[in-house]
Ligand binder design. Structure first.
Ligand SMILES: NC(=O)C1=CN([C@@H]2O[C@H](COP(=O)(O)OP(=O)(O)OC[C@H]3O[C@@H](n4cnc5c(N)ncnc54)[C@H](O)[C@@H]3O)[C@@H](O)[C@H]2O)[C@@H](O)CC1
Ligand SMILES: [K+]
Length: 246
């Protein structure tokens, strides 16, 4: 177990509530934009294009977006990756019709000519060839996952577990399928090459293998006194960085 400062999922929910409450007034869209932006920055830090061959630069970043806000982070991340010169493809199997904002995020991806595959389209696995894929962004479930995993996500996660030794996975906030507090409770489970904890690491992040998983914190939107109020030191982000390697 690392000595990493984490907050319980209950406290994380309280932090969110206050950040988006009347006193502070962040909107979810603002937090999601910063969160998705920080994940894109972590992909760049971990898989830089500078100095790479044209073939390397042509590889896809395969973003799998779930039905909730973790998925929203993935949609935002894909847009920023495109601007950074990457080749993102989004697989968005279940689009919740109820949230207008998610539809706008998909419109923006169309605007940026980022392909967005839905479930019934051509076989998504065709895009997941190690020689063609730089990494996978796991934006399926975050801290609201409640087992057992329902289809189509169970099948998707099973495939990812088979591939993860050949294609690195970057998990957004919580490795999909892990319990936010208890960590990997069902098997097989995703064992990400990179974890980007948002706002503040959750208890599950103490279960990552420090040799196997590079851990970043992102979602840079908390001032010092607010962090102290919730019992943790603000993260020492450098300059304009949106991520900090832990
Ligand atoms: N609250 C915050 O401060 C922020 C939260 N953000 C993101 O929001 C995430 C949490 O978002 P949500 O609360 O929407 O939850 P998630 O995105 O973790 O997942 C919720 C969705 O998954 C479905 N689901 C849950 N368990 C399932 C199962 N067993 N099988 C199939 N579907 C299942 C639910 O029906 C729901 O649609 C965080 O992990 C983080 O990535 C960021 O967008 C920005 C900042
Ligand atoms: K995730």
């Amino acid at each position: 177990m690392s000595t990493l400062k984490v907050v319980s999922s209950k406290l994380a929910a309280e932090i969110d509530k206050e950040l988006m409450g009347p006193q502070i007034g962040f909107t979810l869209q603002q937090l999601m934009e910063l969160a998705g932006f920080s994940v894109a920055q972590a992909v760049c830090r971990q898989f830089p294009l500078r100095g790479k061959t044209e073939t390397e630069k042509g590889k896809h970043v395969f973003v799998i977006a779930g039905p909730g806000n973790n998925g929203g982070d993935g949609l935002v991340c894909a847009r920023h990756l495109k601007l950074f010169g990457y080749n993102p493809i989004v697989f968005y199997p279940k689009r919740s019709e109820r949230t207008e904002f998610y539809k706008q995020l998909v419109h923006q991806l169309n605007f940026f000519k980022v392909p967005v595959l839905s479930q019934d389209e051509e076989n998504w696995l065709e895009y997941l060839k190690p020689e063609k894929t730089l990494c996978i962004v796991d934006a399926i479930f975050g801290f609201s996952f409640k087992p057992p995993m329902r289809e189509p996500f169970k099948g998707i996660v099973d495939e990812l577990c088979k591939l993860q030794d050949r294609i690195p996975i970057v998990s957004v906030d919580v490795p999909t399928g892990w319990d936010v507090d208890e960590g990997p409770i069902s098997h097989p489970s995703i064992n990400p090459a990179v974890l980007v904890s948002l706002t503040v690491p959750k208890p599950c992040s103490t279960y990552i293998g420090e040799k196997h998983t590079t851990h970043y914190v992102g979602g840079r939107f908390i001032p010092r006194d607010f962090a102290n109020k919730y019992g943790f030191e603000p993260f020492g982000y450098e300059y304009t960085d949106q991520i900090l390697k832990l």
